[in-house]
Design a protein around this ligand. Structure first.
Ligand SMILES: [Zn+2]
Length: 422
């Protein structure tokens, strides 16, 4: 099978290559402007063609919570968002703490032919925070990351042992940085808004303290520690300080922590209830600045779908998390690139070379021989967020109705069309 992507404006980590005809052969990139017979032609005139995005942080809910999401809906949502590869979180029911489960998820995802799945496995057995899982067996089965995400690892000694073990195997440990006894039962950021609303707060200190602990353990053990969803100025400042000390740490920021604040909770709408919580204007400004300065390694969506019924409960009872795979790129393109706060090149890096570097994977490029994992972006397309059309089962969104610009119109994975939209 030979595919021609006609009149594509090509961009990758090596730079902007201008408009060319891009040829794919089978599941690989063949080259540009080659000519000759093709089986399939895709017209990309006026569109940007670039390596498909990588998300290191999505909750696909399978096994056990398929009413929220499953591999088919989650990986279709990912492809619709321009993602060719997704690392799925392991806090499912049962948790992904067993090599058989890792292998089964990988096999099932491969058959779906949507975005590629790279499963994470839990750090502790049963997510109980007590005994470690068998990292070597989990890695052999296909797990690419070790994390109890969703639940902080409270026991610092367990985290140290996990880091020593992961270091030997070259695995990345991802952390959910919230010091549990400081976080307590907080449902939103602790500050002026939580005080006014009379809601239990979760201080930025809970995040910063845990990041500090885990950076110390990374320095001590030499393990590669990835700090998930850094949400606060304090937390980011700790990351920066430890990076300057040479700690082997990387960090990600989510689309919602870059675009929403705790002021949204004044609506008492649980759609804004996420963990870590939405912070203040000052935090958002600092995170944006950290993106620009290169302190942040990648954008992780923390796509965390729930059923509508669960999200319509009382704010104190509703679960943490929102779905966002399908809007992430357009949201950040509109709010950050559109406002001049960030270059398109840097935004793309946060979805491509950045996450690849975190994982120790090759930088995705459009060079001949590379996998034909591509996203076709229409940067001029402007339309409102319409959750009814989401591939995700969570058909609601904090950005519903908001007009965003810059949408993926096609995603190819291994040369095959995994998503095609308007
Ligand atoms: Zn998460």
């Amino acid at each position: 099978m030979r595919t021609l992507i006609k009149q594509a404006h090509l961009h990758d980590a090596r730079g902007d290559h201008g408009v060319h005809d891009l040829y794919l052969r089978g599941d690989r990139i063949e080259g540009v402007d080659l000519g000759g017979e093709v089986d399939h032609t895709i017209d990309a005139q006026g569109n940007l063609v670039t390596p498909a995005f990588i998300d290191l942080h999505a909750h696909l809910r399978e096994p056990g919570q398929e009413e929220k999401e499953d591999l088919a809906s989650g990986l279709a949502a990912a492809a619709a968002g321009g993602f060719g590869t997704v690392v799925s979180m392991a806090n499912t029911t049962p948790p992904v703490d067993d090599p058989g489960l890792v292998a089964a998820l990988a096999l099932k995802a491969e058959r779906l032919g949507l975005a590629r799945l790279r499963p994470a496995a839990t750090l502790s057995r049963g997510l109980k925070g007590e005994g470690l899982t068998d990292f070597a067996a989990l890695k052999a089965a296909g797990a690419v990351m070790i994390t109890d995400d969703g639940i902080p690892v409270a026991d610092a000694h367990l985290m140290r042992r996990a880091c020593e073990y992961a270091q030997d195997l070259g695995l990345v440990i991802q952390t959910h940085s919230e010091e549990p006894s400081l976080r307590q039962g907080g449902v939103m950021h602790e500050g002026a808004v939580s005080q006014r609303l009379g809601l239990p707060g979760n201080p930025a200190a809970a995040e910063a303290a845990m990041i500090g602990r885990d950076c110390e353990i990374a320095l001590l053990t030499g393990a590669r520690v990835h700090l998930a969803h850094v949400s606060s100025k304090r937390g980011m400042q700790v990351v920066e300080w430890f990076k300057a000390q040479g700690a082997p740490v990387t960090c990600e920021v989510t689309p919602h922590h870059l675009t929403l604040t705790d002021a949204a909770l004044a609506s008492f709408d649980p759609i804004y209830k996420v963990a870590p919580p939405l912070r203040t204007d000052e935090d958002v400004a600092y995170l944006r600045e950290a993106l620009r300065r290169g302190v942040v390694d990648n954008i992780g969506t923390d796509h965390a779908p729930h059923t509508r019924a669960e999200k319509e409960r009382d704010l104190l009872e509703a679960p943490f998390g929102i779905g966002n795979l399908e809007v992430t790129f357009a949201l950040l393109y509109t709010e950050l690139v559109g406002s001049g706060a960030l270059s398109l090149e840097r935004l793309l890096e946060l979805f491509q070379a950045g996450p690849a570097r975190v994982m120790g994977w090759p930088t995705p490029t459009l060079e001949p021989g590379e996998p034909a994992d591509l996203v076709v972006l229409d940067l001029e397309a402007s339309r409102p967020v319409t959750p009814a059309t989401f591939r995700s089962k969570a058909k609601f969104s904090p950005w519903s109705g908001q007009t965003l610009r810059g949408w993926p119109v096609m995603t190819l994975v291994g040369g095959r069309v995994a998503f095609e939209g308007v």
